[in-house]
Unconditional design. Structure first.
Lengths: 447, 307
């Protein structure tokens, strides 16, 4: 009897699910623009009043990462950090989201009348301003944000191989190392100079123009390295990519350990300070945009077809080997670019950075976020990095909690949190509430 | 010549660690088509379990409760460590692999990797950062034969390793359980339909592999008596490469590739700067895999990857 009722009436929500439903209904009509405005306001408030407010409630300075690190270090400060988060972040964002969403909806709808690019650029600019204000409080935040953005690039590029192509590649640390060293070599030789390289050859003012060239060169060399992996491993289907790419990673690491001209195992430093936050941000957005276009293109669909059944894809006129090669080289290129940025953010690299530890980290970010999904990679990289920074005070136990979390994610969602979701720009940018009927009638007549 | 022979002896010992660990990878990969990335850390756990057993037995002797003769001490340490570590392996299978049987294979590899990290960190948290000294369970005597110095530890390690490998080969070839494992390696979709219990065989495979890794761990402790929690990482990954080099699911192949890996390691370190060890070792492997992508004894198979 209960079954027949259940078939016709909407599903009944009980307890927490009901609360959650009511809660999510509060924000159902807020477009992305509204959230961005909220973040902007909260970051602005924190920039202006954060430090003094933190002093007022007994925190020494503004908590860097939402106070989690402070609360883990001294649990007695937990109420104060919660209060700080509530006043600075939660309430302003809630107010904006709740009361400005009609305005945000109207603006978002108005923006969509122009080509989609305009709306996308406005959103990205707002996101950048939010990030800029938020990171302005401390240098540590700037560093965390930069590394997070670079992690997004690496995870996305690995997703092209492990998610979209369905192979298991272990060589991303190697590609990163290639990109990092080549880009550093270009900038250091031309702009800085040193005992090994002689005096600087170009004025430092050319740095910002040279930097993209150096990064692209690093990416291209990484892609060249990928060719070395791709030729033997794509002759046969199977797990040989895993082994060959692992061997490649060890070879690259060992190579740089033995290149005394580049510092050997001691590392290679003194990179010019070119990777500022806007530069890293622009490259990350470029990477997301291009990879998203790539995986949604015919090539991306062919890649998915190869993953799901290589024989069938072959029969459907997909040139499987060429597809796999292009995707692999493409992923390696972006890993190389990310490596170059990474080297210029830290302004020091050593071969030990690009070892098995890095591999485990990249794989963790990818499988945490989700395979075959651009959104998943972004969520995975941001989530992993934030978690990793926040749990830093736990020291050793951090490396028990994070793996445990990842195991739980794998057990309950074996392909990651947000897997196999398409990234549809229009769905994200569009207003969440259609304008009322009169407005719909008025708009065409007015225009 | 003498130094060359000396290197051969060292390489045999070094290679037997790789071969024993590679067997565990190879069996899991052969039977279940999965990578067990926790295996290197199971080697580490086995070594530590051996350390505790040996220390316990020696302190029992020094307290005057039970005094074991030397051969019994070695045998008991190895056997107990193998027995206990096999349960660690089964636990890893139960937690990280069995729930993911229907999932993409890479997901299980990731859980394995994470379990490995937990084992390392757990060890570090429980025992602290100081390295442990493996007790001398055997009195070392050195023989000089034609300028080559042989210790009884080296001979023992190589001989027992070969014995264990032979026993494993006999187990897989002669017993009903071994036959079930081979059948599962042939087709793990159909064979369970014939009444072969998949879960039991999977547990058995992980248990056997872990026991072999524990033996390698105890031998490692006997030969190089300093243990640290991260010792399994590089061994594990290199033995993994050796297992694939041997060919999918091939016991003989894994043993040969393991010894080859040991030989490459030792000889590169002997005649080149030791920092180039990985560079040359993996370049050789890359070349071999380019010409024999299925390894030494692997058959080309149509891998129906489930992702």
């Amino acid at each position: 009897m209960a079954d027949t009722v259940g078939l016709t009436s909407p599903p009944e929500r009980k307890g927490i699910r009901r609360l959650w439903f009511a809660f999510s209904q509060l924000f159902a009509h807020t477009p992305l623009l509204g959230w961005l405005l909220g973040v902007l306001l909260a970051s602005g408030i924190e920039r202006i009043a954060g430090t003094s407010f933190a002093r007022l409630i007994g925190l020494g300075k503004a908590p860097v990462l939402f106070g989690v690190d402070i609360a883990l270090k001294t649990p007695a400060l937990l109420p104060a950090t919660l209060l700080y988060d509530l006043i600075i972040y939660v309430i302003p964002i809630f107010l904006v989201v709740r009361f400005l969403s009609p305005l945000a909806n109207r603006v978002a709808g108005w923006l969509l009348r122009y080509p989609m690019g305009v709306s996308a650029v406005v959103h990205v600019l707002l996101l950048y301003f939010g990030l800029h204000l938020w990171t302005g409080v401390s240098d540590y935040r700037v560093l965390v944000a930069k590394l997070m953005l670079i992690a997004i690039m690496i995870t996305l590029s690995l997703n092209v191989v492990n998610g979209y192509m369905g192979e298991f590649s272990c060589s991303h640390p190697g590609f990163m190392a290639l990109g990092a060293y080549i880009a550093s070599l270009v900038t250091v030789v031309l702009l800085v100079g040193g005992s090994n390289f002689g005096p600087a050859r170009l004025p430092a003012a050319l740095g910002p123009f040279l930097f993209p060239i150096a990064l692209i060169l690093g990416g291209l060399v990484a892609a060249l390295g990928a060719m070395l992996v791709a030729f033997p491993s794509f002759r046969t289907r199977g797990d040989y990519l895993a082994i060959i790419s692992l061997a490649f990673m060890f070879i690259v690491k060992s190579l740089f350990e033995n290149l005394e001209a580049l510092g050997g195992a001691r590392g290679f430093g003194n990179q010019p300070n070119l990777a500022s936050l806007p530069v890293v941000f622009i490259w990350t957005m470029l990477c997301i945009w291009i990879i998203n276009n790539f995986v949604q293109s015919t090539m991306g669909k062919a890649l998915n077809a190869v993953r799901d059944g290589e024989l069938a894809a072959d029969a459907m006129t997909v040139d499987t080997r060429k597809t796999k090669m292009i995707a692999f080289l493409f992923a390696a290129f972006w890993a190389g670019v990310a490596g170059g940025l990474f080297a210029h953010v830290l302004r020091y690299v050593n071969p030990g950075t690009f070892g098995l530890q890095k591999l485990a980290e990249v794989l963790a970010m990818l499988y945490f976020g989700g395979l075959n999904s651009v959104t998943g990679s972004i969520v995975g990289a941001v989530g992993y990095n934030l978690l990793s920074e926040m749990l830093r005070p736990l020291e050793l136990f951090k490396w028990i909690i994070i793996p445990l979390l990842l195991i739980l994610v794998m057990l309950f969602r074996p392909t990651g949190l947000i897997a196999f979701r398409e990234f549809n720009l229009r769905n994200i940018l569009q207003p969440k509430q259609q304008p009322s009927k009169e407005e719909v009638k008025n708009v065409p007549s007015a225009s | 010549m003498a130094s060359f022979l000396q290197q051969v002896v060292n390489a045999l010992q070094w290679g037997s660690f790789y071969a024993l660990i590679a067997l565990g990878y190879s069996m899991v990969y052969g039977v279940l088509m999965l990578f067990n990335f926790a295996h290197g850390d199971i080697f580490m756990v086995g070594s530590y379990i051996g350390f505790f057993i040996a220390t316990g037995l020696i302190s029992l002797a020094s307290l005057g409760i039970v005094t074991l003769p030397g051969w019994a001490l070695v045998t008991l340490t190895i056997l107990l460590a193998m027995f206990l570590t096999s349960f660690v392996g089964m636990l890893v299978e139960r937690i990280g692999y069995r729930p993911l049987r229907g999932a993409p294979r890479a997901s299980a590899a990731i859980t394995g990797l994470m379990i490995g990290i937990i084992l390392e960190t757990g060890n570090l948290a429980l025992l602290g950062a100081s390295r442990q000294k493996f007790p001398d369970i055997i009195e070392t005597t050195t023989f000089q034969i034609a300028g080559v110095s042989l210790t009884n530890t080296k001979i023992l390690i190589v001989l027992i390793s070969l014995l264990i490998m032979l026993a494993l080969h006999q187990f897989i070839m002669r017993t009903k359980w071994g036959m079930a494992m081979r059948a599962m390696a042939y087709d793990f979709m159909v064979v369970p339909l014939m009444g072969v219990p998949l879960n039991t065989i999977a547990s058995l495979t992980f248990g056997l592999g872990s026991a072999l890794a524990a033996a390698a761990g105890v031998f490692y402790g006997m030969a190089f008596p300093v243990l640290d929690p991260y010792m399994g990482i590089e061994y594990g990954w290199k033995a993994f490469v050796a297992a694939i080099l041997g060919g999918r699911g091939s016991v003989v192949g894994a043993v040969i590739a393991g010894f080859l890996m040991g030989f490459i390691d030792i000889f590169v370190a002997a005649y080149f700067p030791s920092t180039m060890r990985n560079l040359i070792a993996f370049s050789i492997i890359l070349v071999i895999l380019t010409f024999r992508p299925h390894g030494f004894f692997g058959q080309p198979h149509s891998a129906q990857l489930r992702l």
